[in-house]
Design a protein around this ligand. Structure first.
Ligand code: NFS
Length: 627
């Protein structure tokens, strides 16, 4: 195995080498020995009942019940969408519960009152003369109702253009309650239900929309209300952010309700004092995966790395605790942590892991729980084995915190107030229609060892910005960009002339970090607002999406709602649908007639970038005729 080939990130390659020396294994070793099941890879293995598992082969073209390859593939795909939508939306629901828990003297408070009131008005909740916490509780109840309301359809945010809603109405894919859509998939994929690929994919689109424009949107909006709407700030990214002389705590997972409290706890003077008593200079927090995005967007907490780096953080031998809640956590961390002094602390009953130390995070006593967790980490400092410590030097400067509101604030810098009102996306729309910016791309998603680590993200982004396509990013893609220096204002030098000029005038980097994966709702919001500004549908904009290194079910749901929203989407890894010719045809061709966009699969990120640019130019031609 040639380590150089595994990542474009030198910190990763250095630590893979250390893993060998230390005699421990990582995902990169397991990948070597794992041969993916060829049936599973094509999506043609059905495990939905116990008559099988049935595998589709030329000799057995149907399952025992008679299900064809397309039926099986479409069901498997739908269940991936359901899994992803469930994860995002359950996260949203948890945040709604936290909002319901807020009080003037409690651990959780309302931070963005203005955003709360806006949302309350949208949902026709009285705000006049009321206590802010009464409003918050009613907003939380309204949000919670969106998950399981018995009648009607989802409440869409005002950023959704009417034209797009019409598209969904015509296809009968307007979501009802969020949970209901997930349950409908689980029901429809049960043995003896939907056996029609077209219908199965329609149901999948409806569920995915309930994630993007429902559960994820709620997660973002309520998190902003609780913890603040992000504004631009500076940070650093990569494992080099770990500190030799401090208690290093890695925050990993997804929901800001835990990480926000850990941030508070780490500022507690008593705990800082305790850290000094055990011989450390202080407490150093570093984020991993989407939790990193949440806390860096709102506090500038440094980013240790993305999905494929979680084991490597432990391998530095310098991490006192990895604290996790839900999603994207390797169970491998439990046995790996045992080889070092690191405490691997799980906190959620939804994600307990054998071998981990479980300290349940009690939201009712949030700060107290967080302090207990931080104390555990501090007390573990004395167990650090100096001879096992190796912290790579690598880290990069990055700008983060570009919420839609923050972007609009930046755009206000170029508004001529004699002509235009400030506070809108008009300057951005103007840059796009004039062609100074050719278009925009959302680059999102995970790491996947099928792709050289970070290569897909970084090369694609570089190629796009070079060609005057502004990039917005979230999730582990954003962290890849941060580590590669692409979120720094200096990265303007890699941008084409048009984009570089816009970045200069508006004072932004060419790649904007918009948050965690649930915050793809921010991207939908921004794109929706630009479409509304121009009075066109989203599918008419020169806007594209990509997930060059995706791996999770959440990413399948995201891809499906992004395409259903009218945005062509490039995948660097083929989803397990290639065994279903009809499914493949719908996803990569017919969806274009249905929702105005489709999926593309292209493993080479540079080729993909050029396909994206070509699509952008095609859309521009049509759009330019309108303006
Ligand atoms: Ni998104 Fe966040 Fe990363 Fe992929 Fe996982 S952390 S929710 S799923 S791996 S981008």
């Amino acid at each position: 195995m040639d380590e150089k080939l595994l990542s474009i990130d030198s910190a990763v390659n250095e630590l893979i080498k250390k893993a060998k020396e230390d005699g421990v294994e990582t995902i990169f070793d397991r990948k070597e020995n794992m041969k993916p099941c060829p049936m599973g890879e094509k999506g043609i293995c059905c495990r939905i009942c116990a008559m099988g598992p049935c595998r589709i082969t030329p000799k057995t073209p149907r399952g025992l019940c008679g299900a064809t390859a397309d039926v099986i593939v479409s069901r498997n795909f739908a269940r991936m969408v359901a899994g992803g939508a469930a994860a995002h939306s359950d996260h949203g629901r948890d945040i709604a519960h936290v909002l319901h828990m807020t009080s003037k003297d409690g651990n959780y408070k309302v931070t963005d009152e203005e955003k709360l009131k806006e949302l309350a008005k949208r949902w026709k909740i009285e705000t006049e003369g009321r206590d802010i916490y009464d409003i918050a509780h009613e907003v939380a109840e309204f949000a919670l109702n969106e998950f399981g309301k018995p009648f009607g359809t989802l409440e869409f945010p005002p950023s959704l253009p009417e034209q797009r809603k019409k598209v969904w109405e015509n296809l009968n894919i307007v979501p009802r309650a969020i949970d209901r859509e997930v349950v409908t998939i689980m029901h429809s994929t049960h043995v003896g239900c939907t056996a029609d690929a077209d219908s199965m994919l329609n149901i999948s689109m409806r569920t995915a929309i309930s994630d993007g424009w429902g559960g994820s949107y709620i997660a973002t909006e309520l998190s902003d209300i609780l913890f603040g709407t992000p504004i631009p700030r500076e940070t650093e990214a990569n494992l080099g952010v770990l500190e030799e002389n401090q208690v290093n705590i890695v925050l990993h997972g997804h929901e800001p309700s835990l990480s926000e409290m850990i941030v508070l706890a780490a500022e507690d003077p008593e705990l800082i004092e305790l850290a000094k008593e055990v011989g450390a200079d202080g407490i150093n927090l570093a984020g991993m995966c989407c939790t990193a995005n949440e806390v860096t967007m709102r506090h500038g907490v440094k980013i240790a790395g993305n999905f494929a780096q979680q084991e490597l953080a432990v391998l530095t031998g310098a991490v006192e605790a990895v604290i996790v809640d839900v999603q994207c956590i390797f169970p491998a961390l439990a046995s790996l942590a045992e080889c070092y002094h690191t405490k691997f602390i799980t906190t959620s009953p939804k994600a307990r892991i054998t071998g981990a130390t479980h300290i349940e995070f009690d939201e009712e006593k949030a700060l107290e729980s967080a302090k207990q967790i931080v104390r555990e980490a501090i007390l573990n400092f004395k167990n650090r084995k100096k001879e096992k410590v190796f912290i790579p030097k690598t880290k990069s400067h990055a700008m983060v915190g570009y919420s839609t509101k923050a972007i609009i604030n930046q755009l206000d810098k170029v508004v001529n107030s004699h002509i235009d009102k400030p506070g809108t996306v008009k300057p951005l729309a103007d840059c796009i229609t004039s062609g100074v910016l050719r278009g925009a791309a959302g680059i999102v998603g995970c790491n996947n060892p099928k792709v050289k680590h970070d290569y897909g993200h970084v090369e694609m982004i570089k190629e796009l910005i070079k060609n005057d396509v502004i990039v917005v990013t979230t999730g582990c893609a954003a962290q890849a960009a941060a580590k590669a220096g692409l979120l720094s204002k200096d990265a303007r030098k890699l941008a084409g002339k048009g984009l570089a000029t816009v970045c200069e005038l508006v004072d932004i980097p060419p790649v904007l970090h918009m948050g965690s994966c649930v915050d793809i709702s921010r991207i939908l919001e921004l794109v929706g607002l630009v479409a509304k500004q121009l009075n066109v549908d989203i599918s008419e904009l020169p806007v594209v999406g990509a997930a060059p290194e995706w791996m999770s079910e959440k990413a399948v749901s995201i891809g499906t709602y992004v395409v259903s929203s009218g945005i062509d989407t490039w995948l660097g890894v083929a989803p397990p649908v290639t065994g279903g010719p009809r499914v493949l045809e719908i996803l990569t061709s017919e969806m274009e007639n249905m929702v105005g966009a489709k999926f593309f699969v292209e493993p080479d990120p540079i080729k993909a970038a050029h396909q994206m640019i070509e699509k952008i130019e095609q859309k521009r031609k049509v759009l330019e005729e309108k303006f």
